[in-house]
Each structure stands twice: as C-alpha cells, then as structure tokens.
Write a protein that binds this ligand. Structure first.
Ligand code: NAG
Length: 232
C-alpha cells in the first residue's frame, strides 16, 4: 500500500521504498485542516511523521508535527512545548532509518534587533517513541552589534529619477536608524558599469548625508551580475 497526504495547498506523495509493490486500489488518504499539512513527510517503521509548518496555533507558535497511523493523525505535543516563537516547525524534516530518529527544523524564529529583525533557526530530534531530544544549536544567536552594510543602487536608465531619489531616501533612513552603533556603510551604484561612491573606511560620520545627496544617477544598461561581483 502507498500513502497519500492531502491538504488544501500542499500535496506530497511518499517516495516508495525499493521492493514495494503498489496496489492501486486501497489508497490511503490522510487529511487535516492544519495549515500546510503534508508539507514534509517522513516514513518510519510503522507510522509517519507529517508536518504542518504554517499552522499558527497560538499567538507566538507556528508549525505542528503529527504522528500518523493508517487511520489517524495526532499532534506530537512534546514538540510544541519546546517550540520557539513562530519557528514554522516542520519546514524541514529528515529521518535516519538506522536509528529511526527524525530531525525537525523551524527556520523563522524572529529576533528583534532594534531596527531590524533577524531570523534564526532551530532543529529538534524526535526519537522513535516521539520523545524530544536535544535542540541544535542549543540556543538561538544573539543580536550582532557590529555590522558592515554595503548598499548597491540600481542607477540604470529604466529606473525613474524619482524612484532613484526614493532609493537614496531609503538608504539615508536605514543609516540613520543605525547611527551611534558599531556599523559601517559602503555605497555602490551600477548601470552598464559599476562605481563605488564610498568604501567602508570613507564613510564620514559628519558628512554622510551630503555624500549621498551628491550621488547622481548613472543611466545606461543594467549589468547586475558584474555589480554584485564588484561589491562582493
Ligand atoms: C507570531 O506570528 C503571529 C502571526 O503572524 C503574530 O501575530 C505575532 O505577533 C508573532 N509573534 C512574534 C513574537 O513575533
């Protein structure tokens, strides 16, 4: 017998194990109203683990894991107790057939770092009895206080002058929100060619707004690839 998991948006058919014959009559269909149900499926010796990574089941919890037999699916509650904020648990899932342990991950844990939100991920191990093991890494990363931020402005001819001004305003607002912290900036513009307006060590704490105002649009073609290489 093969298994089919259905959901409104996601549909996933298990990889048939080598040596199985597939009987086309008794298809088994499992469905559940949890958002994203069936996004990831792992097959264990006698059951399945099915994820629903988009299920927002409380204000700060997203992503559920179900253990499914041929008839019913039930929530693995222990996974929820350990889940981190809005992590989208079950966006990735992998099973080790030799130990029957499954790694379940959620990569969207938000961390408010003043003006920006950084996203971290965590993975948990689920053993064959649905017990929860260690998390990897053991904790999510702290906000980094140092950063080098490089802006790359598209100054090609297809960008309207007022949109180019809007880009410069965006850059200025972002820089303003970081002032007073250990952050450096560089600005590059590209069209057919790439020019560096200032390097990290040329950013002037007193004159930077003026430096940005003086950037004028290059116009011309759009050689994005060369520009990115240049910035890197
Ligand atoms: C988690 O997501 C929900 C729904 O998008 C949102 O309302 C809530 O504020 C989020 N919680 C945090 C701590 O970001």
């Amino acid at each position: 017998m093969d298994w089919i998991i259905t959901a409104t948006l996601f549909c996933s058919v298990l990889k048939a194990a080598l040596g199985f014959n597939i009987d086309s009559r008794p298809w088994k269909s499992l469905s559940n109203s949890a958002a994203g149900f069936g996004y990831q499926v792992v097959q264990r010796r006698s059951d399945l683990l099915v994820s629903a990574p988009l299920e927002q089941y409380s204000k700060d919890r997203r992503g559920r894991i179900f253990q499914c037999s041929t008839d019913v699916c039930k929530n693995i509650f222990s996974a929820e107790q350990n889940a981190a904020v809005n992590m989208s648990l079950g966006l990735t899932m992998a099973n080790d057939p030799s130990t029957q342990r499954t790694m379940v991950c959620g990569p969207t844990i938000p961390r408010d770092c003043k003006s920006i939100t950084m996203y971290n991920g965590l993975c948990f191990e689920i053993d064959q009895n649905d017990g929860l093991g260690k998390s990897y890494p053991t904790a999510t990363e702290d906000c980094r206080t140092q950063a080098d931020i490089a802006f790359l402005l598209d100054g090609s001819g297809s960008v309207r002058p007022d949109d180019f001004r809007r880009m410069k305003t965006f850059v200025k607002n972002l820089i303003t929100s970081f002032l007073g912290r250990d952050v450096k900036f560089a600005i590059t513009q590209f069209s057919s060619r790439t020019i560096i307006h200032f390097y990290f060590n040329q950013f002037s704490a007193s004159n930077w707004q003026n430096q940005i105002d003086q950037i004028s649009q290059l116009n011309g073609g759009t050689n994005t690839a060369a520009a990115i290489r240049n910035v890197v």
